[in-house]
Design a protein. Sequence first.
Length: 593
Amino acid sequence: MICRLKLFQRQIRSFSTVLPRLVDSVSGELKVIQQKGKTLSWYSCGPTVYDSSHVGHARTYVQIDLLQRILSRRFGMNIHSAMGITNIDDKIINKSRQTMIPWQEIASRYEEEFINDMQRLNVKMPMSVVRVSDMIPEIVDYIRVLEDKGIAYKTSSGIYFDTQSSLYKYEKLVPSISDVESQSRLAQDPEKRHPRDFALWKRADDIDYSWDSPWGRGRPGWHIECSVNCHSLFGDHLDVHAGGIDLRFPHHCNEIAQCEAYSGGGGGAWCDMMLHIGHIFIEGRKMSKSLKNFITIDQLLQTYSANDFRMFCMLNHYSARIQLDDNGLVEAQRQWKALEASIHRVQTELSKGSRFGDSDSRVVRRWLEKWNETKTKIDESLANDSNTRQVVSETQNLLHEIEKCLLENRQALAGRVASLIANEMIDLYTDLGFVFDAKPTEMRDKEMIDALCEFRSAVRTICLKDTHSEVSREVLQACDALRQSASDRFGITIIDGKSDVRWVVGPLPKKQPKKAKQEGLNPSVPPSEMFLGNSEFSAFDKEGIPTHDKDGKPLSASRLKKLRKQYATHSLIHSKWLEQKKRCVCLLVDTTR
């Protein structure tokens, strides 16, 4: 029995051996994704940072995050993910001119907001983040190579890519002439040789929004930035490229053209896999800033949690068009809460340990087989173009069977096996980016400690009104004994305030010499806790400032004034420490890019 369970534990922690397949947008075929080298190179088009990100962006990056988590956490691939940030663009320039705010400040503000939104959605930031403004020399060199090859030509307005050149066949992701929406995105310029030719470098004389180049001052075209980003990070070949479906044409079409012309004149595929995330529609219209029908990520998260929205994405295929409304979001919220509650109920029942033992080997074998069947279906669903909706269905079905056995209250379930299954469910959804709440047992412990502390505080408050009574003194001694016992036996420190009581896990800071306590106090200590380790005091107000001495007597006005002054001084020191910590975190984020 024990050997069988150990084997089961090793088995559920291994990666799937099924080969994952995704639909390539260029060929339209279901293709196997295989890591050929040490890493799988993956580039995603990032946002143009001129305004707050909306739910369309959330959908794109949560879906990409899901795909990457599936490949890395479930299929064992080592992914080098990268993202390009467009921080200089006509939209940013226009906003700068309208608001009289430097474009650098606008871009920096909304990039920081975007990163914060991604963190709130539990989207893992890529290993490398590249900004256009940091790549100007590389962009100029890249364009010169295309010009030297005869695939770029010069006009009075800049440098253009020649889509009709005999040196390169411009065909991948190109829409039909009848595709009016796609054709409308083509820039108009009378000097262009063909309507589909696109700018590599735009002439611009405004010194605030331009850089020097062999073709005069100007700035990069939209499409060239991603090609240069990919080349600088991954060379002449990319494994996976991802972005929203709205970028399919002309952006990704032109990006492929640039990269393949640069690397070999069209002799081979530059990228193995192009992935596109579907649109989000509101009332039948595509969500976009230009249509003024967007919902910001911040607005979304005021009503729904990151888990709710991730489940919303799980219930829809990554490439599908989605109608965004409260019905879909509420249903996703319901399914997530039901699934999380089901897992926790199984854990709670099994933690009781009285009704369900290990049963006999036949029961163990049957539940192992059930889990293996479910796990196989999950792996196959994830490998089949990331069918996450089916994964949700399979896990719900198995949890329903387990709960049914628990409710029937009979020896039909092997306790340790079911517990392993429940834990593996948590591992699965954690791998997919969900964050579970505290387990019910932990929540019950907290509630019991709260209730005990509140009762002790109420009794103590009554007795402090009459400290001369023998009964009151005995009860107060019992309260002190309880506080000491909680600390000694369970590592819980009870903190008595003037009007409330708090508790923390772990000891309070030990008493220090008086001078060191004030002059050498750690700046990271919150002001509300700076006096708590001092045995000179027995009660504190809501701010953590002492109100009574160790004997329970109120402090004098002069002593209170001095303590408040110390509190104010340390508050300033702590605030500066927090600001410094925030700057350090920002530097760390920049470094990981």
